[in-house]
Design a binder for this molecule. Structure first.
Ligand code: 5GP
Ligand code: ZN
Length: 142
C-alpha cells in the first residue's frame, strides 16, 4: 500500500467506494466522476503505478476482470458499446498513479469520440521511420 494513494485507501476501506467486483488481487468500483452511467474502474489491489510497473500475473488478473465486467456493465446501463482504456502515465492523462482500467459505457450520439481523437496532429512517418520503430519495439521484447 502507498500511504497517500487514493486507490490504496479505497482498497483498505478507508475511502468508501461503490464496489462491483472484488477478489484477492483485483477491485472494481464505480468512478466517482463518471463520464457515463456505469463508468467503472478496475485496479489491482497492490499498488503499481503504471502498466509498466505491474507484474504480468497481476496485469492478467486485471484484464481478465475487465473482460468479465464489460458485458455486465453494458447490460446494467443498457449500453451498446464501451470504450476500455488505460491512461498509462501522466502525459497520457493519468491523474491517479495507481494503475487502472476505465470501462466507459458508450451510447449512440453520446457526443464522445473514439480513441483516434486522442491527438489532433498525427505524425507523418516515412517507411524508414516505421521500419525503425517496428524493429525497436520488437527488440525491446527480447
Ligand atoms: P485517470 O485520469 O487517473 O486515468 O483517472 C482517475 C479516475 O479516478 C477519474 O476518472 C476520477 O473520476 C476517478 N477518481 C478519483 N478519485 C476517486 C475516488 O476517490 N473514488 C472513485 N470512485 N473514483 C475516483
Ligand atoms: Zn495505490
Amino acid at each position: 500500500m502507498s500511504e497517500d494513494c487514493i486507490f490504496c485507501q479505497i482498497v483498505a476501506g478507508d475511502i468508501p467506494s461503490r464496489t462491483v467486483y472484488e477478489d484477492n488481487a483485483v477491485l472494481a468500483f464505480l468512478d466517482a466522476n463518471p463520464l457515463a452511467p456505469g463508468h467503472t474502474l478496475v485496479i489491482p489491489k497492490a499498488h503499481h503505478e503504471r502498466l509498466n510497473d505491474t507484474p504480468a500475473d497481476v496485469a492478467s488478473e486485471v484484464l481478465s476482470t475487465v473482460h468479465e465486467l464489460v458485458p455486465a456493465v453494458e447490460d446494467a446501463v443498457d449500453a451498446p458499446a464501451t470504450t476500455v482504456a488505460f491512461n498509462n502515465g501522466e502525459e497520457a492523462g493519468q491523474e491517479v498513479p495507481h494503475v487502472h482500467a476505465h470501462i466507459v459505457p458508450r451510447f449512440a450520439e453520446d457526443g464522445g469520440r473514439p480513441i483516434h481523437a486522442l491527438v489532433t496532429d498525427r505524425p507523418d512517418l516515412s517507411d524508414d521511420e516505421l521500419d525503425a520503430i517496428e524493429g525497436d519495439i520488437a527488440a525491446g521484447l527480447e
